[in-house]
Design a protein around this ligand. Sequence first.
Ligand SMILES: Cc1cc2nc3c(=O)[nH]c(=O)nc-3n(C[C@H](O)[C@H](O)[C@H](O)COP(=O)(O)O)c2cc1C
Length: 209
Amino acid sequence: MMKSFETNGAFQDNYKFLIGSILPRPIAVVSTRNDDGTNNVAPFSFFTAVSAKPMIIAFCPMIRSATGEMKDTVKNIYREKEFVINIFSEELTQKINLTSTELPYGEDEFKFAGLTPIASEKIKAPRVLECPIHFECIYRDHISYSDQPGGGQIITGEVVRVHIDERIIKDGRIVTQELKPVGRGAGNDWFKTDHVFELERLMVQQIQK
Ligand SMILES: Cc1cc2nc3c(=O)[nH]c(=O)nc-3n(C[C@H](O)[C@H](O)[C@H](O)COP(=O)(O)O)c2cc1C
């Protein structure tokens, strides 16, 4: 038997269903500049790659359910038109979790979590030194679906420069086991990626006799 439901009930029920079904989710650590020049950083797991050239990536912040306001990251991106998406390794998980604390606007989550901001090369938003991959992004566009609690939006950025820690590269490729990415699950669940397996795709030439 399948249980079925409509999606016009409480947003919390829809949210729980989404985060329990769409997983494991990759995590974007988004760093931006506040209006007084201080730094802001927060994780977002509604996150994906969109286009290889132009290189476009997207993440989807929701309206803050406690206050009905846009998150600080979003305010900063709309004003500054730029942001960095950082990818972190497993050993940084505790600190990245701390960056999700809903501090008042202008309070620096880098300091709160013990992370180090470093200058980007093409934009003013800072990068996270401790992360092995940085995407410097120029804001491209967004679509907002609701400004009410539970409402989400998609924000895309064009990546204008990438940085990779050489220690996670071998023969020109990123080695997953060296990157040790972490995923997000339902509730407070996270995923480690220490069991990687390979499977070749069946190409159309192989099935045509
Ligand atoms: C692993 C993880 C993933 C998260 N993913 C999202 C997300 O996809 N969308 C969202 O709106 N909030 C997400 N959050 C919550 C935000 O990080 C949190 O609201 C944060 O305070 C936003 O910071 P800001 O106000 O500085 O932008 C996530 C939190 C964690 C720990």
